[in-house]
Unconditional design. Structure first.
Length: 224
């Protein structure tokens, strides 16, 4: 019996993740090994892998940001510091989803749902206000000659189209917030565009500081 599970990423997973990412996105340059290692050093809590019978079949990577600094137009490279996550800010209130990918042979097997559920669990555990991400719109290139990216997104919201990514994210409880143009220029299927989406943490407690802020304060006290 096969068993799907989600767990924190470890350094031992890096080679398998690079191989899987290259398989999922053959036209987009994958991460470098040093980028993945740096992400784990900066924010290990935000990096997840999905495994099926101990084989890695998916990945979700995130960092914490102060969203007010990034709410205007931005690119993936800018907000992730070119994939290094050097923009990670423990003082922030927003978990930013930088990447999700799933083995294409397992689409429809709820791997993506398990990874998104893992992200929501992180958001709750850290007492963060929300999750924000910019998702690909891979169905757009087929109809780009007929309509703008904004109309394509609206038609997906209305149910006229089923976009492989945005439709899934809507089912996962995310709200569509608009288009980020030129977010990932090398994404030819989306013509570089992305859908800005948000999930609001229903368990966020504004009377308590987020866990990363508390940990930072305790560390400062210990070293004072």
């Amino acid at each position: 019996m096969t068993k799907l599970s989600v767990r924190p990423t470890s350094p031992a997973d890096i080679d398998a993740l690079l191989k899987l990412q290259a398989h999922v996105y053959p036209t987009i340059a994958p991460w470098r090994r040093d980028q993945l290692a740096h992400q784990l050093d900066l924010f290990p809590e935000g990096q997840l892998v999905a495994t099926l019978d101990q084989r890695i079949v998916g990945c979700a990577s995130a960092l914490v940001i102060a969203w007010d600094e990034w709410a205007d137009e931005h690119t993936w490279s800018q907000i992730t510091a070119a994939g290094t996550f050097d923009t990670h800010n423990p003082a922030g209130f927003t978990l930013y989803g930088a990447e999700v990918f799933v083995d294409p042979r397992l689409r429809g097997k709820r791997v993506g749902h398990a990874l998104y559920e893992g992200r929501r669990r992180i958001c709750r555990q850290l007492n963060l206000r929300r999750i924000i991400a910019c998702g690909r719109l891979p169905g757009y290139s087929v109809v780009a000659h007929q309509m703008s990216i904004e109309l394509y997104a609206k038609k997906t919201l209305w149910g006229d189209f089923v976009d492989p990514v945005l439709s899934f994210q809507l089912r996962e409880g995310f709200r569509y917030c608009g288009i980020m143009e030129n977010y990932l220029p090398e994404d030819s299927d989306s013509l570089g565009h992305a859908a800005l989406i948000a999930w609001i943490n229903p368990d966020y407690d504004p009377t308590q500081k987020p866990a990363l802020q508390l940990a930072a304060a305790l560390q400062q006290e210990a070293t004072a």
